[in-house]
Design a binder for this molecule. Structure first.
Ligand code: NAP
Length: 271
C-alpha cells in the first residue's frame, strides 16, 4: 500500500462505504482509494461505524441517497446483510452472508460475497499453494470462514474440517457444503489440526491481545501452510507461532487486496 494523495471531494464525487462495528481496524478505505485512483474514478469510500441494532435503519436510509453507489459489509454485519438486501447472488445465498452491496439507480440493494474468492486467489499468488486435492482446516463458521470454506470446496480440496466454538453453526455449514459438494469429505473435529495441509483462522480471535488462540498452535508442523483472515494485527499470534515453526504463512491483507477490484466492479465503480 502506498500513501496516495487524498482525493479532492467535490459535489460530483460518488460515495461508497464500509459498514462495521468496530470500525477502526478496517483497511478498505485506503486500499479502495488506490483502486479509484488507478481507474481515474471520482469516488470515495468512507467508514460507517454502525452497531447491529442500527444496521437496518442505516441501510434503509442509504437507499434514499442518490449519490451513493454501494458498500462493503464486515464484522459483524455480513450474515445480517443477507436479509437486508433486495436481491443477492447465488454465492451469497449459499454462504449465508453478504460482504459487498451495490445500490441500483432505483435504490435496490444487491448483495454478493467475495471473501472466499479473494482468499483462494491470495493463497495461490502469495504462498503458491494450490488447494485442489489437499486437506484443509478452517477455524470459524462466521461470514469469513463460510466464504473461505465454500471457495476451498469449489477449488477441489479433498477434505475440509470446520471447527467452531458454536458447534451448531459448524454443523450447519457442513450441511450446506455437503449439499453443494456431495462427494466432499467433511468433519467438525477441532482437535485434528495436525492432519491437514492447510490451516486457516477464519474467526475473529487474534484481533485483541487478550483473545484465546483460535486453534491449538502446538499441533502445527513445518510442512503446513497457515493462513489468517485477520488484517490487524498484521502478524497474529497464530501467524507468529506458525512462522516460528517454519510453516509458509499467509497474512489477512492479501485476501482483501485480491478481492478489492471485484468489489469495485460489483458496486459499479469500475467496469
Ligand atoms: N482479510 C480479509 O479480506 C477479511 C475478510 C473478511 C473478514 N476478515 C476477518 O475475519 C475475521 C472474522 O470475520 P467474520 O466476518 O467471519 O466474523 P463473524 O461472522 O462475526 O464470525 C466470527 C467467528 O469468530 C468466532 N469467534 C468470535 N469470538 C469468539 C470467541 N471468543 N471464541 C471462539 N470463537 C469466537 C465465531 O464463533 P461463534 O460462531 O461461536 O460465535 C465465528 O466463527 C475478522 O477478523 C475479520 O476482520 C478478513
Amino acid at each position: 500500500m502506498t500513501d496516495a494523495p487524498a482525493h479532492r471531494i467535490t459535489g460530483k464525487t460518488r460515495i461508497y462505504g464500509i459498514l462495521a462495528d468496530p470500525i477502526h481496524h478496517v483497511k478498505t478505505p485506503e486500499v479502495m482509494a488506490e483502486v479509484f485512483a488507478r481507474h481515474g474514478v471520482d469516488a470515495v469510500l468512507i467508514p460507517f461505524h454502525v452497531k447491529p441494532e442500527g444496521l437496518a435503519t442505516l441501510v434503509s436510509g442509504l437507499k434514499a441517497m442518490e449519490n451513493f453507489g454501494g458498500f462493503i459489509a464486515t464484522v459483524p454485519h455480513k450474515p445480517a446483510m443477507l436479509g437486508l438486501c433486495d436481491g443477492v447472488t447465488e454465492e451469497a445465498r449459499n454462504i449465508g452472508a453478504v460482504n459487498c452491496v451495490r445500490r441500483e439507480a432505483d435504490g435496490r440493494m444487491v448483495g454478493t460475497m467475495l471473501d472466499g474468492i479473494g482468499f483462494v486467489v491470495a493463497l495461490r499468488t502469495v504462498t503458491g499453494f494450490e488447494p485442489a486435492g489437499k486437506r484443509a482446516y478452517v477455524a470459524g463458521a462466521g461470514g469469513a470462514a463460510c466464504a473461505i470454506a465454500f471457495a476451498l470446496a469449489d477449488s477441489g480440496v479433498s477434505h475440509l474440517t470446520i471447527a467452531n466454538r458454536t458447534i451448531d453453526k459448524a454443523e450447519a455449514l457442513v450441511g450446506r457444503l455437503r449439499q453443494a459438494h456431495p462427494g466432499l469429505s467433511l468433519s467438525t473435529d477441532a482437535a485434528s489440526v495436525a492432519d491437514h495441509d492447510l490451516v486457516v483462522n477464519g474467526t475473529s480471535l487474534g484481533m485483541k491481545e487478550a483473545d484465546a488462540p483460535p486453534l491449538d498452535f502446538s499441533r502445527l508442523s513445518a510442512g503446513q501452510v497457515v493462513a489468517d483472515a485477520i488484517m490487524d494485527p498484521v502478524m497474529t499470534p497464530l501467524l507468529k507461532a506458525a512462522e516460528a515453526i517454519g510453516c509458509r504463512i499467509q497474512r489477512g491483507l492479501p485476501m482483501l487486496q485480491c478481492q478489492i477490484e471485484l468489489m469495485a466492479k460489483h458496486m459499479g465503480a469500475i467496469a
